[in-house]
Each structure stands twice: as structure tokens, then as C-alpha cells.
Design a protein around this ligand. Structure first.
Ligand code: FES
Length: 576
């Protein structure tokens, strides 16, 4: 046993307890997998929490990664055990993967706490698999390190760089206006998914990978390494080595996830042009670890930060280009004047020191702080009678001239109503109208689906118009773009003013003044409210029933209310 191991490990309560019978049970059954006795004699036990699933295509390669983590753990004198947790494939799960983020976080939390683990490595990839596992791990608060699975290689179609997700949002327009055939579509499908890994735009998965690196939860440079790059495997191995040291140092999540770390993450998310989903997930993580974060913080801390990364959907390039240009370390170095450079990371060093030598290899992809792609990026948080608890918009993905706009509402009561009528030639709508979608919030959908970036009506697209103001209580894919107001809180299905809007009402969007206002007087709104009835519950049983009864609104992170905070790592009773 090394000197540092002398502090009694949590796992020893299972493997070397006072009770002879208990120790026998805990060791003996594990040994059916061929482990020698010395695995259970004071070596740090590391759980490799794997979100691998063939139904989560973005995480399909993570079984292989677990083997590299195991190598590292063993090299450092630890003992690795890989275990599965609920995985969520963004592209397949209905009604939306977000409905299951909190369920998966509970699975992660309880799996970690209930088992003889001293430290944890989280293998993540697709959008929700990063926040769900980090949220769960926060509620236990063991030493934890994240290995993000990495983006796919750049999408390439007939010489064109195509981004996963972002390309999909152009399909309707390409088919209507550019003669895009079915053969073209079939070819483009595989061209936009060329390798293992997650979406290679700065969509939510890449945003989440940057988020965990910004928070200090990965080894430096982890976020942008493509899934198939050999350096990602090396990173997994090094993370395996490091987590064993973190256990010896007792470097727990709560020591890394300070308010400073969250502020760094908000600023870096602005600089990379990250997804609006970042707000919801970071807020939920902060609530778990016990750091106070307010929706306004995202605006006050992030909206004066310049945009330094030229990636789709806001820009031109993709994650492979970002990695080749130097990745997030370059952004961290460029932004050092804005960051808490002394925030500690999983390697035990401050974030500033880790990244101080990062150099940019392509200024078309990563700009310098002196010459950014945009002076101000980040996320604008709006308030007004339409959203008393807030709504958000991503200015870098929006159309400048629509940022101040007054228009007539065209209301879709549900997503089905939208699909049924949006392309009706008789629909009374023009490019100055404001499309309003109700019933897609946390309770209403349920799960707050990524449908806020509604496709424009065909007759508008035919005019060559590419953007209109859209408002909803839903979310938007991180790969999407447009002048899209999201996360309206309180949502329409629980009695928010959004639910009272009628077609023909006028709405004022004023992003520079952070305002979203429905031009209907209070007396009329009261009248409509009195006539309003809440929609019937989706179901009275199972997880969905629990979810809709306890989910918090978007501005609070859309976690289940009883999951806030942590229960720690102690379990006093044994099974036998
Ligand atoms: Fe998994 Fe985009 S669908 S990351």
C-alpha cells in the first residue's frame, strides 16, 4: 500500500469491514470475474460510469474507451469497475431525450452511492448524457473526472462541409428551393455521420464537452479531440490514472465546482457560441452541488464576452477544425483577462496555468481576443409580461435586424397544430409575423422538446426569407439557429401568459433592452386567464407522472424539485 492510501477508503467499508461475513460476501462474488485478492485490500476502487448504448449512436464507441480508462486506473494502482447507466440518444428517444435526463441522473447518483466506489470516471457524449451523469455525481460528491466521448469527424458532402444537425435544418429549404432529390438526401445522411462520435457542430454535445472542460472536470484539452483520434484514447487512459490520484488527494467535485468555476463556464460558453441548452443544464448542475446561479447570471456574465470561435451553427467550421486550431485551451488562454484563472481543475492545477501556453493554429477558426468574430456573444435573458421568470435568445445565431421587432402573433396551440397548419397556403402569415408555439415546455410536452426553432412556412421560404421571430416555452437544438426566443417561463401549460396569447395579438421583441412584451392589457389578460383551463395530464402513472408533478421550470434548470442538493456518499446499512 502506498503512503497516500493510508486514509481509509470508502470501498473498505465493503471489502474490509469489521464483520467477517460481510467482507466475504462483498469480495467473493466479485471474484467470480477472476480478480486476485489484492484488488480488495486498500486499493482505490474506481467506477467507470458508462453511457454506452447502441441506441445512443453518439456514445456507441464508449465501451472501447472504458478499456483505456481501465488501463490507466490499473497503472496508477487502482481497481476499475465499469458499470452502465441510463443512456439517452437524442435522435431516437420519444417524446424527447430531455424528459429522461433527470431519471438518468437519479440512476447515476444511486448507482454511485450504492456501490463500493472511491472515485468515478464519467464516459459521456450525446447531449443529455453529460449533464445527467454530472448532476447525479454531484449529488454524491466523490472525486470525479469526465471523459467526453468526442465529436464525429467533419461532415463532408460533395465537397461541402456539413454539420450534423445544422444541415438537417436546411433540408426543407434545399428540397423546396434547390431541387435536392431523395438520392441526395440518402447520400447526405451518411456524409454527415462519417465516424464514431457526437454532433460535430457547436451543438449541445460539443457545448457540454466544453462546459465540463471549462468547469475543470476534464483533463486539459479534452473537449474538442475527435472521438476517433488516437489522442482521445490516450486522454481516457490518462484520466484513468488521474482519478486514482484524485481519490488519494480527496479532490471531490465540490472542491472544483465552486462559483468561480461556474462563472468561467458561462464566459467560455459565450466565447465558443455554445448552445442555449447550456443554461438549463448548468443551472441544474449548480443546484445539485449547492452553488447559487441565477438566470440573469448568464446574461450579466456572458453577454459582453466576445465570440472567438467560428463554428456552426453560428459560424462556418466544425469541431475537427476547432481541435486542429488548438481547441478550448486556446479560447481559455485568450479569455484569461475575463476568467478566474485560479479555479482548480481535476489535475489539481488552476485552469489558467493549465492553458497558459495554448497557441492558435488557425485564426479563421479561433479568433484572438483583440479581433473577435463578434464583439458580444453569449445569451440574452429577456423579461416582460410574457415571461416574468425569463426567456432566452442566442443573439449570435439570430438575425440582427429582427432583434428589435414588433409583429402580429400567429399562434399554434400544440406541436400537432403547428404541423397541421404551418404549410397551409391559406394560413394568414407573412415574414413580419411572430410564430408562437404553446405546450412544449417541461410539463406541457412533456420534457421541453427541441421544437422551438420551428421551420418557416413553405410560402415564406419560397420568397427567399430565411428567418422569422419565433417564440415558445420549448428548447432549440444546439445545432439550430434563427431569431428564436426559448424557455419562456412560466410555461403555457401551467398558466403562463404564453398560454393566453391569441392570433392577431401584437408582441414586441427588444433584445437590446432585454424585453419581451405582449401588447394586451391586464384586464383582457385577466379575462382570458379566467376562461383558461389547464391541459389534461399526459398520464397518471409511471415516471412521466412523477416528472410532470415535480419538474421545475426552465429558469430553475428543469430538474425534479426533490433532487436539488446532495445526499453525499454515506450509506449506513448493509444488504445482509
Ligand atoms: Fe447526439 Fe447530436 S444527436 S450529439
Amino acid at each position: 500500500m502506498k503512503k497516500e492510501d493510508k486514509k481509509r477508503l470508502r470501498s473498505e467499508d465493503w471489502f474490509n469491514p469489521g464483520d467477517v461475513k460481510q467482507g466475504f460476501i462483498h469480495r467473493s462474488w466479485l471474484r467470480n470475474q477472476g480478480y486476485p485478492d489484492d484488488y480488495f485490500r486498500g486499493r482505490p476502487v474506481i467506477g467507470i460510469c458508462n453511457t454506452w448504448s447502441e441506441l445512443t449512436p453518439c456514445n456507441g464507441h464508449l465501451r472501447t474507451f472504458a478499456e483505456y480508462v481501465k488501463r490507466g486506473v490499473l497503472e496508477a494502482g487502482g481497481v476499475p469497475f465499469e458499470f452502465p447507466v441510463t443512456s439517452m440518444g437524442e435522435t431516437l428517444m420519444r417524446p424527447t431525450a430531455m424528459l429522461f435526463r433527470n431519471l438518468a441522473s437519479m440512476d447515476t447518483e444511486e448507482s454511485i452511492r450504492a456501490n463500493p466506489l472511491d472515485g468515478v470516471v464519467l464516459l459521456t457524449g450525446c447531449d443529455k448524457t453529460t449533464p445527467s451523469t454530472v448532476m447525479g455525481a454531484c449529488s454524491v460528491d466523490l472525486p470525479t473526472i469526465v471523459v467526453p466521448g468526442g465529436p464525429m469527424l467533419n461532415g463532408k458532402y460533395k465537397g461541402e462541409r456539413i454539420g450534423s444537425g445544422t444541415f438537417v435544418w436546411t433540408l426543407k429549404d434545399r428540397i423546396k428551393n434547390e431541387g435536392f432529390t431523395q438520392e441526395d438526401q440518402i447520400e447526405a445522411e451518411i456524409c454527415s455521420s462519417r465516424s464514431a462520435g457526437h454532433c460535430m457542430t457547436m451543438g449541445t454535445a460539443s457545448t457540454m464537452a466544453c462546459m465540463v472542460e471549462s468547469l475543470g472536470l476534464t483533463l486539459p484539452g479534452a473537449a474538442a479531440i475527435p472521438a476517433v483520434d488516437s489522442r482521445k484514447k490516450a486522454l481516457a487512459q490518462l484520466s484513468g490514472r488521474r482519478i486514482v490520484e484524485m481519490v488519494r488527494e480527496d479532490l471531490r467535485l465540490s472542491k472544483i465546482l465552486t462559483r468561480k468555476a461556474f462563472e468561467n463556464a458561462i464566459k467560455l460558453n459565450a466565447a465558443v457560441g455554445g448552445s442555449t441548452n447550456f443554461i438549463i443544464h448548468l443551472t441544474a448542475i449548480a443546484n445539485r452541488i449547492g452553488v447559487k446561479l441565477d438566470l440573469k447570471d448568464f446574461d450579466t456574465l456572458g453577454s459582453h464576452i466576445p465570440l472567438l470561435v467560428n463554428l456552426m451553427p453560428s459560424g462556418r467550421f466544425l469541431m475537427e477544425d476547432f481541435f486542429d486550431a488548438g481547441g478550448l485551451p486556446v479560447v481559455i488562454n485568450q479569455l484569461k483577462g475575463h476568467l478566474h484563472n485560479d479555479a482548480i481543475t481535476v489535475n489539481g492545477k488552476p485552469i489558467g496555468e493549465n492553458n497558459q501556453r495554448a497557441e492558435c493554429y488557425n485564426k479563421e477558426v479561433i479568433a484572438s481576443i483583440e479581433q473577435p468574430f463578434q464583439e458580444k456573444a453569449g445569451i440574452a435573458v429577456l423579461y416582460g409580461n410574457l415571461c416574468k421568470d425569463g426567456a432566452v435568445i442566442k443573439p449570435s445565431a439570430a438575425t440582427e435586424k429582427l432583434m428589435t421587432h414588433r409583429g402580429k402573433a400567429v399562434v399554434f396551440e400544440t406541436i400537432e397544430d403547428y404541423h397541421a397548419r404551418v404549410d397551409d397556403p391559406g394560413l394568414d402569415i407573412d415574414e413580419n409575423s411572430i410564430m408562437v408555439l404553446k405546450g412544449v415546455g417541461p410539463v406541457g410536452y412533456p420534457g421541453m422538446a427541441e421544437v422551438g426553432n420551428m421551420d418557416l412556412p413553405e410560402k415564406i421560404l419560397k420568397k427567399g426569407v430565411k428567418d422569422m421571430v419565433r417564440i415558445s416555452d420549448g428548447r432549440m437544438s444546439g445545432t439550430a439557429y434563427g431569431t428564436v426566443v426559448l424557455h419562456v417561463s412560466p410555461e403555457s401549460s401551467i398558466g403562463g401568459i404564453l398560454g393566453l396569447i391569441q392570433t392577431g395579438d401584437h408582441i414586441v421583441l427588444d433584445v437590446p433592452n432585454r424585453k419581451l412584451h405582449l401588447e394586451v392589457d391586464d384586464a383582457e389578460l385577466e379575462k382570458r386567464k379566467a376562461a383558461w383551463t389547464p391541459p389534461a395530464p399526459h398520464t397518471n402513472r409511471g415516471y412521466v407522472s412523477l416528472y410532470t408533478a415535480t419538474v421545475q421550470q426552465a429558469h430553475l434548470g428543469a430538474d425534479l424539485d426533490f433532487l436539488a442538493g446532495k445526499s453525499g456518499d454515506t450509506v449506513t446499512r448493509d444488504a445482509h
